[in-house]
Each structure stands twice: as C-alpha cells, then as structure tokens.
Write a protein that binds this ligand. Structure first.
Ligand SMILES: Nc1ncnc2c1ncn2[C@@H]1O[C@H](COP(=O)(O)OP(=O)(O)OP(=O)(O)O)[C@@H](O)[C@H]1O
Length: 598
C-alpha cells in the first residue's frame, strides 16, 4: 500500500488524497496529524462548508478503531476538538503564506479564506458607502405612487425594503416563496430611476438559466402593473440573464471576462435566487461591479444553500433576522416610508442593509402549501402534520409511491400526456411547468434514475429511458455556452409533424423557442423526475414529492422547505410520518467563516 492509499482508506476522496500527496512531496516527513488536518480542510469544502471546524467531526463516518492507524486518527480528532492544532510548514495564520490557514477554531484552504475576506470587505464597503440620498419627503411621495400602503395595520416591509435600497449600493431583500421579492425589486428599479437625471444601465441576473427565465417572466408581468408611462417602463430591464453570461465566463474557464479591471458597465444590478450563489461566484460578482453600482440581492435564506460551497445569503440574512435597525436608519425609514420599524439595534452597517419580507403574497392566507412551508421553516412538527392531514391543496400519503400501481400509471399518463399532445413545441414547453416528480436521491427505488426509467417505461413501453421519444422532457446536465444551454435547463423532445425530425426544444430567455437535433445535445437526462436540488429556482403547478422509505442524512428541514415550496397549486407528498419527522429535526449545516457583524 502506498501513502496515497492510506489516506483514501481513512475515508477521504481522491481530491483530498491528491492534496495530501502534493504536501507530502513538497514537505517530506511532515507530521501525519497535520496532513490529516489538511485533508479535513479539503473534506469540509467538498461538503459545502467554507472551512473546517472540529464540530464537523460529528459528521465524520469513522472507518473504525480496530487498527493502530484508526486509533491514531481518533486521537488526532480528540486533539482537534480540544483546540490543539498540529504544526507544519503548510499550516499557518492568515498573514503567512501557508496553504492551510488557521484562525481560532477554523481551518481553511487558503483559496476559500481569500474568497471570504474578499466578500466581507466588498459587502462592508458597499454597506458603508453613501448613495446620493433624495429628501425623505420626495421618497415618500414616489413610494406612495409605486407601492401604495395597504394599511393592514402591520408594517409593510416591501415599502421599508424599497426605501432602504436608496441609502447605499447594497440591499438584501430576503423572504419565503411568493413574499413579493421580485415585485419589490421592480419598484426599487423604478424608484432609483425616478431619482436619476437620465436613464440608467440596469440588469437582472440569476444563478441558473431556469431562475433567470422565471425572473424575466415575473418582471415582464410586474412591469405591466407598474403605474408608469410606456416611456418610463422602457427604461427598466425586462430580460434576466445568468450570472455566468453576465460575468462573461467562457466554456472551460473559471475566470470571467468581467473583473475589477474590466467591471460591468452597470448602475443597478438585481440578482435573484441568491441562496444558490456559491462563495467563488459571489466573490467574482462583487469583483466585477463598480463601487457605485447599486446591488440588490434577492433570495430565500431558508432554502437549500448552493450545492457547491458557502452560504453567503444565509450568512447575510443572519445579520438581521428580526428586521430591527439602528435609531438613525429607523428614523429615516419612518420619514421616507411612513413605516414605524423597531429601532435601537445597532449591529453594524451590513445589518442595516437587510430586510426580510414576511407576508406571502402569491397564495391566499388559506393556502395549505403556504402554511406548510412556514411550519417547516420553524420546524414545528405538530403544525406540519396538522396541515398535511387537513389541507385542500395537499395530498399526503404515508404509503410508498409505486409506479406499478394502476392508479399511479393512469395519473402519470394524464400528467405527462400533455407534453406529447401539445399542438406546438412552445405549448409543450409551457406544459412542463404543470407537473413534476421531485425526489431526494439519485439512486434507489425512490431515486431519480430509477423513477425516470420506470416512468419512461410506463409511458412509452419498454423503449428505455435514453430513447429519443416525442414528448419526453429532458434536463441538461452540463453547460454548453456556445449553444446557450446550461446545467439545469429543461426542454422537451418534440416532432412538429409526423414527417418532421424529432428535435429537442428549449425556451429562450426572450420568450422564443429553439430546437436542436438529438446529436447536438450536451449531456442530459430524462426530467420526468428531478432532485429537489435541480428543481431549485423552478416551480410547478403540481408537485409529486417522493421521499425515500427510510430517513436519510440528505433529508433536512431546508430540503423539505425547498421541496414543498416548489408547488404552486397542489402538493402530493409520499412519505411516512417517521421520515418527515426525521427530516424536520435535521438541519442542513453550512459552516462559514464570514464575519459580517461589526
Ligand atoms: N404589494 C403587492 N401588492 C399586490 N400584489 C403583490 C404585492 N407583492 C407581490 N405581489 C404579487 O404576489 C406574487 C408574488 O410576488 P413575487 O413574484 O414578487 O414574489 P417572490 O418573493 O419574488 O416569489 P419567488 O419566491 O417565487 O421568487 C406576484 O404575483 C406579485 O405580483
């Protein structure tokens, strides 16, 4: 066995092992406990954390303690838990050149330490910068026109958010599904334009193609309801793009064209679905903005964080969870919006930039889905089970979901037949938003691969999941910049006429559709069933939520919250009480080293 193998046998990935091998060859004879810590820093980042802390050892699945090496590992872990960091030339404080940075109880790969410091500094500079502030009385008049107070006797946080956005080139608008984040952002754009002397360069962006498409649709609908003239409306953006396109990432490059040397020529940028923006992308986005460009971040911090690394939105939202402000800010908000917000809480400049929207606007107050999503967010199991058992828009079945049951086959047929029976490819693409099976895992009987295979067979006979069949929905699983297709884009195979070739159709951001021959397609899977991670940023009229039959570490409160909030009109959930209870009790943990409070 060589040294590489022993690290792999300790439970590390090939990537962790490669890092350790590099350290061993640069610093021969290094302390094994120190190499183990370096491997842990790499292991933590692969799990979405930005750094390692000894608390994460609770998640370590120990290979055992039967061999001398395993017992040594357990002894190293005890040492780490006691705060005793091993020493080596590759471990050092921030101001050293060491590739592993240790500070307090945290250890980072230096790259992530750098991203975090860069993000902190950029966000803080934005929070502290003063934007040319119009008189409060003028803001009040403009707000009354754009966002008239509903006067429900409660604070209208949309008005607070819109007024707050005028104060500095950073605003974070957080809120659950349908709480009016996009609606508010559009008013922010109109408000900023109102106080500018000339048209502004404004852009809308989101981390995935699907989220950008939804943002475009929502903004286009919202623009119509804005009390503005056609000329004023024309000054506002109506098309969103992916952050990758905005920043100018090329096919294989991790560095975008836009950076601090070649910043984006923008006065205002709204970024939606920020919970899905990972640490490197957030750092690159902030780098590419001029200091004076107003950045408005929208998102739901209770959703699953980015698959990759970091949870910047959640860290920001944690700076102000209760919508309280420092005295001076609260006074200004009162003058500019008429809303009397709680004062006396000076938690630093960044906390002042964050507003949480509380009222669901999309669903009526009676919507079971909206109440369920709120109960999941607070982890209130009693309320969750009450709502699951007694809501017109939710069907809860404790029995496992079996595709071979004839009722399920019939219902699948009804739900997916519309794709094949649509009159045009555009209509088929539109129908994709009506129904989707969502699940947690890739493998296993309730996993996405198996479900896709059995649904394809149930619908199309034994043609196999990979066959090109008319009406089959597909999910792109890799980025293809030249074709404008991105990981997560969903399309459908469609033959316009019996004699036409079968092509894969996708919706373009401009509302048009485009078609590719099957041979042109980048890597893709069926999309009858998708994981909740892949469905983030999308919504469906009906969601068939299929959970595994046993509790699983991936099933967390945040997962369940994200899953349930994908449903617009009906949620059908197939899971035992035990599996739901276990998911509510488990949290998605993301350790970060962001220090955002003053
Ligand atoms: N103040 C308001 N008055 C009337 N309608 C509103 C208001 N705020 C939001 N809405 C409506 O509520 C719906 C949801 O709003 P919006 O899409 O802005 O929410 P969101 O938080 O961005 O949603 P998502 O979580 O899906 O991104 C939209 O139809 C919007 O027009």
């Amino acid at each position: 066995m060589n040294a590489f193998d022993d690290i792999r046998e300790d439970g590390f990935s090939a990537l962790d092992a490669a890092l350790i091998e590099a350290f061993r060859s640069i610093w021969p004879g290094s302390d094994e406990a120190a190499l183990h810590l370096a491997a842990l820093a790499s292991w933590a980042t692969a799990r979405g954390h930005s750094c390692f802390t000894p608390d994460l050892l609770d998640d370590w699945s120990s290979p055992g303690e039967s061999t001398a090496r395993e017992r040594r590992i357990l002894a190293w872990h005890a040492q780490l838990r006691a705060g005793d960091w091993p020493e080596a030339p590759f471990i050092g404080p921030a101001d050293s050149q060491a590739p592993i940075v240790v500070e307090g109880r945290r250890a980072w790969l230096r790259r992530y330490w750098r991203y975090e410091r860069e993000i902190e500094a950029a966000l803080r500079a934005r929070a502290l910068a003063v934007a040319g502030l119009p008189p409060a009385v003028d803001v009040a008049a403009a707000l009354d026109a754009l966002l008239p107070s509903a006067d429900h006797g409660e604070i209208d946080w949309q008005r607070v958010a819109a007024a707050t956005a005028l104060r500095a080139p950073l605003t974070v608008i957080c809120g659950g599904p349908g709480t009016g984040k996009t609606f508010t952002a559009l008013r922010v754009l109109a408000l900023v334009r109102h106080f500018a002397d000339a048209p502004l360069r404004m852009a809308l962006a989101a981390p995935t193609g699907k989220a950008a498409q939804r943002l475009s649709e929502s903004v286009q609908l919202g623009l119509r309801s804005l009390p503005l003239s056609d000329a004023q409306r024309a000054d506002l953006p109506s098309e969103a793009m992916t952050l990758h396109r905005l920043l100018g990432f090329h096919a294989q490059s991790v560095q975008p064209m836009r950076d601090s040397a070649r910043p984006l020529d923008l006065d205002v940028l709204v970024v939606d679905e920020c919970s899905m923006v990972d640490l490197p992308l957030m750092a690159k986005l902030l780098r590419a903005l001029k200091p004076e460009c107003r950045l408005v971040l929208l998102g739901d911090p209770d959703q699953l964080p980015a698959v990759e690394n970091g949870a910047v939105l959640a860290a920001l939202a944690a700076c102000n969870t209760d919508n309280r402000f420092a005295d001076e800010t609260a006074r200004w908000i009162g003058q500019a919006s008429g809303e009397r917000v709680a004062a006396g809480d000076d938690r630093g400049a960044l906390a002042e930039r964050i507003v949480r929207l509380e009222r669901p606007r999309r669903f009526g107050g009676a919507s079971g889905i909206a109440r369920l999503v709120r109960a999941i967010r607070t982890g209130d199991a009693g309320a969750v089970f009450d709502i699951l058992g007694d809501s017109a828009d939710i069907v809860w079945s404790e029995a496992p979901w079996r595709i071979d049951a004839s009722a399920v086959r019939r219902q699948l047929h009804d739900s997916y037949r519309v794709l094949a029976e649509a009159e045009t490819p555009a209509a088929a693409l539109e129908a994709l938003g009506r129904y989707r099976i969502l699940c947690a895992l890739r493998e296993g009987p309730q996993g996405v691969s198996g479900l896709n295979r059995t649904v394809a067979n149930a619908l199309h006979g034994a043609v196999g999941e990979r066959e090109f069949v008319h009406g089959r929905p597909i999910l792109v699983t890799s980025n293809h910049h030249a074709l404008g297709l991105y990981n997560g884009d969903v399309g459908v195979f469609f033959r316009e006429r019996p004699e036409s070739p079968l092509r894969a159709w996708f919706a373009r951001r401009d509302g048009d559709v485009h078609a590719l021959l099957p041979a042109q397609l980048p890597a893709h899977d069926s999309a009858y069933a998708m994981t909740v991670h892949k469905a983030q940023g999308s919504e469906f009229d009906t969601v068939e939520l299929v959970l595994p039959e046993q509790p699983h570490p991936l099933l967390t409160r945040e997962w369940l919250y994200t899953a349930a909030s994908r449903a617009r009109s009906q949620l059908r959930i197939h899971a035992s009480r035990e599996v739901i209870g276990a998911a509510l009790a488990r949290r998605t943990r993301r350790i970060n080293g962001l220090d955002l409070l003053d």
